[in-house]
Design a protein around this ligand. Sequence first.
Ligand SMILES: [Zn+2]
Length: 408
Amino acid sequence: MHRNWRNPGVALAAAGLLAMSIAAGSISEKAKKLHFSSIVVDTHDDTTQRLLDPKFDLGVRHADGSIDIPRMKEGGLDAIFFSIWMSGKVTGPEAVERATRQINAVRDAVKKHPKEIMLATTAAEVRAAKKQGKIAALMGVEGGHMINSDLGVLRSYASLGVRYMTLTHSVNVEWADSSTDKAAHNGLTDFGKDVVREMNKLGVIVDISHVSDKTFYDALALSKAPMIASHSSCRAICDAPRNMTDQMIKDLAEKGGVIQINYHVGFLGQEFRDAERKDPSINESISREIKKRCPDENDEGCQLIEGDKITREYVAAGKLPRVDYTKIVEHIDHAVKLVGADHVGLGSDFDGANMPYGMEDATMLPKITEALLQKGYSESEVRKILGENTLRVLSEVGRVSKELQGKK
Ligand SMILES: [Zn+2]
């Protein structure tokens, strides 16, 4: 989830306008074969906000947004982490209640389509889903504020199937600093360290997207299992505090972790970021337009989808620069050059951020495979980036959990 909390009214958003279908023949047979035989995993999707609307059916193709079962199938997306998200300003029991409602919304949506999608909590279950021709649905909690500083709540999320937690969203939590807030805790507090220890024990992946650099290093020093950045890109290419420095990417990889590249245009392209910062009135007017189109201010799903559409209209009108999907490949390649193909994956931020041209929805994913092959990546390297690296982390986190619980 990308949200500009400097301007609380601004909901920059993801989704797709009309999904431009991949022109026939633009994906080579070799790439198609590789892509559709690989296990493709996306570690961050905000489609959950749409699932809260009882009228939204995950099983039918939608003209807007980026994710539904037909488009996941068409794009060969085999496993998806549904993000459990709300603003970090929502705290206390309300945050717990709303997170639980979102977890149940994901579980219910999956139950409605048992032939096509199944809940998964382990790498083995993701592989089993693929064998059965089903999509694997996983969950990640995006922001430690949702545990209300209570390890019991964290345990209950884990028992409901949550397999990663992002330590913070865009504002600090009571026990950890965010990258987009003023440092208040110098990283993780003592309780924050207990949270990381408990996550290791529960087999919940520690996700360091959104956290401050100091929080990242505190968690890295402590975690007994590899960590992920579920949706972050490279700061060397686009200087957003939410992105990872080269050194952080190396240090994450050193301990077996994976950076999952985020497709949000403001994290991919420096020129987009510069344009937004140069003229804050652009975001303000996008925000006003979102309010007009989504009169229910609690309807996050509407705000996210419309925000992306409006941003795209601004790009079309030349008010914001256009960022192409090839920029995703540039970030992947940058990270691979730093740490090799074992530590890079995909964390789109579909339905929660502004997607680049040519990656409007899940049907476009084979383009990434095609582009990597064209860059000279081997088939095994591509498979790792598409999903095997994430599955390795999931297995490893599960193994560490068993070990810490004294089970074999
Ligand atoms: Zn996010």
